[in-house]
Design a protein around this ligand. Sequence first.
Ligand code: 6GU
Length: 228
Amino acid sequence: MRIDVFSLFPELFSGFLGESILKRALDRQLLDVRLHNPRQWTENKHGRVDDRPYGGGPGMVLSPQPIVDAVQAIRSEMEQPGPILLLSPTGRTWNQRWAEELATEPHLMMLCGRYEGFDQRILDILQPIEVSIGDYVINGGEVAAMVLIETVMRLLPGALGDEQSALQDSFSSENRILEFPQYTRPREFRGLTVPEVLLSGDHPKIDAWRRQESETRTRQRRRELLDE
Ligand code: 6GU
């Protein structure tokens, strides 16, 4: 999968892409993330990419020209350009099901905003799909784009060491309940012991215990998931 990310702060992505599972996926070429700074496309003689809002009010609005030109330049190089996702708190809320759908796309584009938002004509022209990561506000779309990249990349075949682990996760389409508690050594830590059943070696019994724990947790914390 190829992902083109448009951000005024592409450096925010370097630590994120340079470590752990993402680094491995990039090294193995399961994933190709390309960062673009719309500032490179601005025709403003002072290099500006934003301006004050018409009608007044606080903050700055991203100007249409640099972003529309940047996105269209990259799309024009591609045979089958994929969907354009625009990260914004006004979008539809991101979830695992949506990630599973997008994980089948060969190409995605992600537009990150800062300041008060995007000039509406960016949306009118590019017709992006607006995505929010939840009901709270963060400073810009970059962290949200990282959330999308991680959710989708872990669903790519071969991206995780153990193919089963993505299926077992909370919220996967195989498993729409919360994960059971996990334990590792030592058997006793600060007076707290590992549940006996996990030491028993009786796998049908262990599976039953884990199912029960998942259900109890889900009922207590996220009742609405059981109703779905
Ligand atoms: Cl995508 N962007 C911003 N700035 N805030 C958010 C968000 C996105 N999703 C939730 N809050």
